[in-house]
Write a protein that binds this ligand. Structure first.
Ligand code: XIL
Length: 360
């Protein structure tokens, strides 16, 4: 039924109109109407036929990265998030540097705020990320190999244990390959050697046997040296019985480059290894200023990402790296680029949103 709604935009619109004219509150429209600031923020009012939120268009998890501060401080931001999305990823709050800036002294405030929100609103959570060459605390740099190994094991065990049973999927390792398919020269690779990745997955699995464990990376949407390296690693880890359950595709795209060729068949080849696949950090940036034509190209890209995930049965999640241009890492990271999200700064849906949501 959900897939039928997705595939037949007109049917979706008809459903929405019939529902509204019958004066019925559907499951989908209830939250918007129950929360006044949601209705206002999302441009929905009681008379207009409400659109079906993204999360109800698909069986997949539909997520957004969130900053703990915006979640806590901005009612309109929180309301649209709650209405449209079924999953959240901590944009920064679960990274090692945030959780344990000083050795042995954890600060759970940001991560706990996101978990509290998820519990209260029935959202699933993607944990991001246990081991990454960026945003890890400086004190790691001074450790010997054996100390670093214990620190990684201890970190994974402590963090995964804390939220055991509550995190649907963890990005256990993030961005561990170079674009030529060689291992990235991180402190983990340098000091611990090739086996560290298998160990990281085993430790995470021990700490929470129910969490799906992922390897996550960018520029892997097409067949290239890096995606081939991940493919080979996942195949070999699974042959050895290492608990790897999924491959995350960040898909930070730009309309200045062409859409990744063969994106769907690339997802499928990973799925055929017997793992789940997920779009974990989608955004589609553009060189500013925004024009209608750029927004239209952006809409094409988002639609192709969404449709590819819908078409691959083991693609279980479509998560965007922030849902609104009000809070996006893009302008701070890519000079002169922005407007990468599905909603604008005022939380109005953009053409990309309307393209993937046939009821909008
Ligand atoms: C980014 C955050 O969005 C920024 O706020 C932070 O300053 C740097 O990290 N790939 C990832 C994410 O896996 O963790 C990154 O998030 C974006 C690229």
């Amino acid at each position: 039924m959900l897939r039928a709604l997705r595939d037949h935009g007109r049917l979706g619109r008809l459903c929405a109109v019939l529902t509204a004219s019958a004066g019925l509150l559907t499951l989908q429209t209830a939250p918007a109407l129950a929360t006044p600031d949601t209705a206002e923020a999302s441009g929905v009012n009681a008379q207009a036929p409400a659109r079906t939120p993204l999360k109800d268009l698909t069986d997949n998890h539909v997520g957004s990265a969130v900053a703990a501060s915006a979640l806590v401080n901005e009612n309109d931001y929180r309301s649209v998030l709650t209405e449209e999305f079924s999953s959240v990823t901590a944009e920064n709050a679960m990274k090692w540097s945030e959780l344990e800036p000083n050795r042995g002294r954890y600060d759970w405030s940001g991560a706990d705020a996101i978990m509290d929100y998820a519990r209260q609103h029935g959202k699933s959570v993607r944990g991001h990320t246990l081991v990454w060459h960026k945003q890890h605390p400086g004190w790691l740099n001074n450790l010997s190999a054996s100390e670093l190994r214990s620190a990684v094991k201890n970190h994974i065990t402590t963090v995964v244990n804390r939220y055991e049973g509550e995190i649907r999927a963890w990005d256990v390792v993030n961005e561990v390959f170079n674009s030529d398919g060689t291992r990235r020269d991180s402190i983990f690779q340098r000091k611990l050697g090739d086996g560290w990745i298998a160990d990281a997955f085993r430790w995470a699995h021990q700490a929470d046997p129910s969490a799906k464990l992922y390897i996550n990376d960018y520029n892997t949407g097409w067949v290239n040296d890096k995606s081939n390296a991940i493919y080979d690693l996942v195949r070999s880890l699974r042959q050895q019985g290492v608990p790897v359950h999924g491959v995350g595709f960040q898909t930070h795209l730009s309309i200045d480059y062409s859409f990744p060729g063969g994106f769907q068949s690339n997802l499928q080849r990973f799925a055929d290894l017997g793992v789940d696949v997920a779009i974990t950090e989608a955004d589609v940036r553009m060189t500013l200023p925004v024009t209608d034509s750029k927004l239209n190209t952006q809409a094409d890209y988002y639609e192709r990402l969404w449709n590819a995930c819908e078409a691959v049965s083991r693609c279980v999640e479509f998560t965007t790296w922030g849902y609104t241009d009000r809070h996006s890492w893009v302008p701070n990271t890519f000079d002169g680029q922005g407007a990468a999200c599905l909603f604008d700064e005022s939380l109005n849906p953009k053409p990309a949103y309307n393209r993937i949501n046939p009821t909008a």
